[in-house]
Design a protein around this ligand. Sequence first.
Ligand code: FAD
Ligand code: SF4
Length: 509
Amino acid sequence: MIRTLAIVLGDQLNLDSALFDGLDPQQDAIWMAEVVEESTHVPSHPQRIVLFLSAMRHFAAQLRDQAWCVHYQTLDDKTYADFEQALSDFLHQVSVQQVQVVLPGEARVLHRLKAACEAHQIRLNVLADRHFMALPGEFKTWLAQRKKPTMEYWYRALRQRTGILMQSGKPVGGRWNYDADNREAFAKQGPPPLTPPLRFEPDALTQAVMTLVAQRFGEHAGDLNGFDWPVTREQALSALDDFVRHRLALFGRFQDAMWPNQAWLFHSLLSAALNVKLLNPREVIQAALEAYETGAAPLNAVEGFVRQILGWREYVRGLYWAYQGEWLQWNALAAQADLPRVYWHGDTDMACMREAVGQVLRYGYGHHIQRLMVTGLFALLWGVQPKQVHEWYLAMFVDAIAWVEMPNVIGMSQFADGGLMASKPYIASGQYIHKMSGYCAECRFNPKQAEGAQACPFTTLYWAFIDRHQAWLSTHPRLAMQVKHWLNMSAQKREAILRQAQDLRRNMA
Ligand code: FAD
Ligand code: SF4
């Protein structure tokens, strides 16, 4: 008889989890399972699957070393379709008084676990997740007091409550926000010298998982070879140290910049380790604050980085749960097109898409501006159904989990929430990509041209988007001017641009 069966999910690999409070290795047991649905409900990038399974197996070994009784169901042992089936089968075999789990990162998983426990009439105890910095209920209370949930005010409220980057009740340095210093592009010759990020050779356990993934999910888009993401806490801590030493100082200035053949630039590459909870956001923030205090990194970099973790990360999680059943219903721009095939192979003359998609296929990674202003922007301008865009992002990035991916994709990048997160859609022509990257110099298209043989598809689709949405855009204080520019073009030019957009759709769909 097991007193409490404690479930550890693949994104809950932290020993300081509330899950372990009051558990006793003599009476309680841990349950972990690899089930097919988690890799196939969207066809996950092989590296995303390896990261989760390998990190889970390493964590299970660590638990066993600490004398926990771990019941671990691997995909090699038996193929369970989903968590409901796997847990139900286990509850048939073993007598359990109660099951407990920390709130999963996706509502779908919670429903599966609930269904299994209900079928066996066993209580499921769902615990709050103290990995996050917001207190349970804090976001909901904050949200209830606002007309519009602007990230900036949430971030300020958390800074005030936690005292992070605060001095005598005021923001350190006198400003809340150093965004204005953090939008630099690289000079013509490219980024300053870059130290390649620390990577992690797969050990025997990871190699076994890679073999399994190649056999079971080899047909999914994305390269498996070359996997070298951190899968243990020790590796994740080394990755954090590597970022703070070599990239944090320039993280702020070049946060939005892009460059050909440079996937990592000054980004931290910590999102996957944070999301599976090998790292705690408090220790990540603390490491950045120490770099500021010792003079190793300037305030604009440290504030910019803290804003991502304390601000954006906690904000999207709050929004995910607040509108949990609604995200996938939203389609404010009535976008109906299918996701163009280029998202699955990256084979295109558009240098920016070739780079951004190619990188995702190779590493399961793209940095924020590539996600928002290349792959996200292209889908927005193309008018792809938000659910299809969501499924691509959830499948293809090693750090993708519904609570963080969904608001970023459906809300921030596709504006399908009708302006809940952003005051306007993130639309731009190829000129933005030209300003912020070195891609256009390597491209056969010209970002200034919207029609003709060298027309940049982003620029063509930008004007087609303005045309399609002109009725409501002309009432928007920050976008009405773009409608005017469009209408000031000659009728002949507008027709040519719209024809070009149609041709693109025919050729690329
Ligand atoms: P850095 O640029 O070094 O940023 C530091 C950390 O801040 C990240 O590790 C991450 O934990 C946090 N962060 C930064 N921006 C955000 C944000 N907007 N939301 C939440 N956390 C943030 N992030 C994910 O973790 N998983 C996703 O599935 C995901 N999907 C996204 C989809 C789109 C369309 C967009 C625009 C953004 C998405 N993001 C997602 C946010 C962000 O792009 C990634 O967190 C970041 O690129 C990860 O790389 P990094 O660790 O090098 O981040
Ligand atoms: Fe991308 Fe257009 Fe620039 Fe080519 S010209 S890299 S398609 S923005």
